[in-house]
Write a protein that binds this ligand. Structure first.
Ligand code: 3H9
Length: 678
């Protein structure tokens, strides 16, 4: 059966797309739309048209899998021009998500009705693109440039209510009566001149007040730094006010084509599929029966435990949080409440939602209260003996069939599991700090972890809004393991004459939010310090001994002012110079290129080792980890994709030039001209 069908209801022709899972606008759908419109125009008894979709959503955009391949069938832009030109009113009936090309279909229709739960948006920018079927030209003409800017440039969809408020949706209809309500609405429009988005005049707000474009650039500063598509989006929306519709469309096409052929779009589209691939676990049926998680236990109410707990509370899953001392428990619960209240103050939560979340939190001083939890996550002190003791205790108390997870960031999960009688129910859930904010969840698969346990954790991660990737058991798992060689090189370069701020700046320029020494200051230089100011073995010991514990005390590698602006510190330069003299390394100028290569190539090399050992299922999982957990710039696609774009032969040559080890897999792929991805 065709993916697009039509139904005649008296004088209304309903065009229905059914292209699971998300009604992407592939060639067959575009053809179906054109055929549907032609049918409506050629049938005199048809007086109005409704376009709707079956399944879970309205068109969720162009079919991304067609990108980069030769164009088949009608082009979306032309199909939509034909649709808009219809002299019979056309109504888009929206449910689910009308995204990208789907939003552009809706914009080309003369009217748009939507159910209350619908969302509408132009997320192309998240794929390194801008809308390419006149969305940047029609949207500002309907809602104004000011309202169009965030939609085109940031790309977050808006709710039906918001869309109605800005004039993007004409009517909100019944959640369960979209098909009928859309037809009734269409009937009311018969005989009226159809309003065409391309002829709208709302775009003049940007001409009257051109400052909105610069203001928007400034406000969005950090969010769009380094990305090409947002600036193209701003230019396209500006053009919508300044140019004729036809010229504006030509401008959009020019900008779109340039982005589409660039590396950023390829990288971001790689990431789109990488994130989804990471949800799939090789060899496990995605439909396997899951373990119901109705109640979660957290051991440890410190920063980590509290943050982890918030994820579940926010998702409506009751949490019992256990601490050993009353004071620590009260403090932990207080921090959770305060975090929620701050979120509410910023308008991202209602007071009621804060109370709802807090009402399903049970603080306790007794392990016994964890007995009926379906999943218990420990977030106690990072020490193997402590973890073993905790797991022995949990194993004895928590009901059979419940999952026991450790939040360890580098300890051996198999060793921890071995102290329990249920190693198949043990795994690692490595959250990143702040755990209620950071997107990444590394799910550590122990040697004996059962398939349903692993899949339950994977599905649960989606429910709590995390992006998950599976790692095998190895020191530091995927993320921290790759961080180690970078840190090693960063330290080594200081001994050879590089300035620490130069090292940080190279990573900032690459697109990281901060460099290794800034990161150290933020996390606390004193983390893991032995606290003996007399014992100075490392540079870190020396910094800690003079009270340079990091940002929290106003000084670490850098001095910080009130606004947390950093300046390199003479005291630190002195300490480094002394260590360098002791190390006896020849001091030299180190170029930015060398710094970048020595920081990043060893990470790629470690990634190759991780793949070689089967610790990650696929190279793209490594990209997912580094983009979501460590601020690797999305527009480069993650370390492994980036290495592909650099060229693996070049990475190998760089490692050799700097006398750094080369993993067999990397060398092998480079010699065969292969890539990690594809
Ligand atoms: C565009 O429109 C350009 C235009 O301006 C026109 C240019 C001329 N194509 O996310 P899920 C797959 S650019 C192909 O897990 P959810 C996805 O890979 C596009 N495939 O579901 C997955 O496959 P699998 C602008 C797509 O319920 C499956 O569908 N649009 C597409 O969590 C289920 O996806 C966007 O950027 C697609 N467009 O979320 C929207 N979309 O099962 C992108 C999804 O094999 N999509 N798939 O892993 C989304 O944001 C989410 O998929 C959506 C559903 C919110 C729709």
């Amino acid at each position: 059966m065709s993916v697009v069908t039509t139904e005649k209801h008296d004088n209304i022709l309903v065009i229905i797309s059914n292209n699971p899972p998300v009604n992407a606008l592939g060639a067959a759908v575009r053809q179906g739309l054109v055929d549907g419109i032609n049918e409506a125009l050629s049938d005199e008894s048809v007086e109005a048209v409704v376009i709707r979709c079956d399944g879970r959503t309205f068109f969720a955009g162009a079919d991304i899998t067609e990108f980069g391949k030769p164009m088949k069938g009608p082009n979306l832009g032309e199909a939509l021009d034909q649709l808009e030109a219809s002299n019979k009113p056309v109504v888009a009936a929206i449910h689910g998500t009308a995204l990208g090309g789907g939003c552009e279909v809706a914009l080309a229709c003369h009217y748009r009705v939507a159910v209350p739960s619908a969302k509408i948006g132009l997320p192309e920018v998240k794929l390194g693109l801008i809308p390419g079927a006149a969305g940047t030209q029609r949207l500002p003409r309907v809602v104004g440039a000011e309202a169009a800017l965030p939609m085109v440039v940031i790309g977050n969809p808006v709710s039906a209510k918001k869309a109605h408020g800005i004039g993007l949706i004409d009517k909100i209809v019944g959640e369960d009566s979209l098909a009928e309500d859309a037809m009734a609405f269409a009937r009311e429009q018969i005989g009226k001149a159809p309003p065409r988005s391309s002829e709208g005049t709302a775009n003049q707000d940007g001409v009257r007040n051109p400052a909105i474009f610069d203001d928007f650039r400034q406000q969005s500063g950090r969010k769009i730094r380094g990305f090409d598509a947002p600036e193209a989006g701003i230019q396209a929306v500006k053009a919508a006010g300044e140019m004729s519709y036809a010229d504006g469309v030509a401008k959009e096409r020019e900008l779109f084509t340039k982005l589409m052929t660039g590396t950023q779009a390829a990288a971001m589209q790689h990431y789109f599929f990488a994130e989804r691939a990471a949800n799939k676990i090789d060899g496990i049926d995605p439909k396997i029966d899951l373990i119901p998680i109705r109640k979660v236990g957290i051991l440890g109410a410190g920063t980590m435990g509290g943050g982890i707990g918030m994820n579940f509370l926010s998702a409506g899953i009751p949490v019992t949080i256990v601490e050993l001392k009353e004071e620590a428990l009260d403090r932990g619960v207080g921090v959770i409440r305060k975090n929620y209240e701050n979120t509410a103050k910023r308008g991202r939560m209602t007071e009621q939602q804060v109370e709802d979340a807090m009402s399903i939190l049970t603080p306790s001083l007794s392990y016994d209260d964890l007995a009926d939890c379906d999943l218990v996550i420990e977030a106690v002190f990072e020490n193997m003996d402590v973890k073993k003791e905790v797991f022995t205790k949990l194993d004895a108390i928590v009901k059979q069939g419940a999952i026991l997870a450790s939040n360890t960031s580098y300890l051996n999960i198999d060793e921890i599991a071995a102290v329990t009688k249920r190693p198949e129910y043990v795994l690692g859930l490595h959250f990143f700090s702040p755990a209620n904010v950071m997107k990444l969840l590394e799910i550590v698969r122990g040697e004996k972890t059962a398939d349903d346990v692993l899949m339950t954790a994977m599905k649960l991660s989606k429910k709590i809004g995390k992006v998950a990737a599976v790692s095998g058991v190895c020191p530091g798992f995927i993320g921290n393991r790759m961080l180690s060689p970078r840190q090693e090189q960063a330290n080594a370069m200081l001994m050879e004459g590089a300035n620490y701020w130069e090292v940080d700046d190279v990573l900032l320029e690459f697109g990281f939010p901060m460099g290794p020494f800034q990161m150290s200051d933020l996390a606390g230089v004193d983390i893991g310090w032995h606290r003996d100011p007399e014992r100075i073995e490392t540079m870190r010991d020396a910094l800690c001994a003079v009270g340079r514990w990091g940002q929290k005390v106003g000084k670490g590698f850098y001095d910080y002012d009130q606004a947390r602006q950093r300046t390199p510190a003479d005291e630190v330069k002195q300490i480094i110079a002394e260590f360098a003299a002791k190390a006896g390394k020849e001091q030299r100028e180190i170029s930015k290129d060398e710094i970048r290569e020595r920081l990043l190539y060893p990470m790629v090399n470690e990634g190759a080792k991780i793949l070689e050992e089967g610790m990650a299922q696929r190279a793209s999982d490594i990209d997912v980890v580094w983009i979501n957990g460590y601020g690797w710039p999305l527009y480069t696609g993650g370390p492994m994709f980036w290495a592909d774009t650099v060229g693996l032969d070049k990475v190998v040559a760089g490692l050799e030039k700097h006398n750094l080890p080369v993993a067999d897999m990397l060398r092998d792929k480079a010699s065969k001209g292969e890539k990690f991805n594809g």
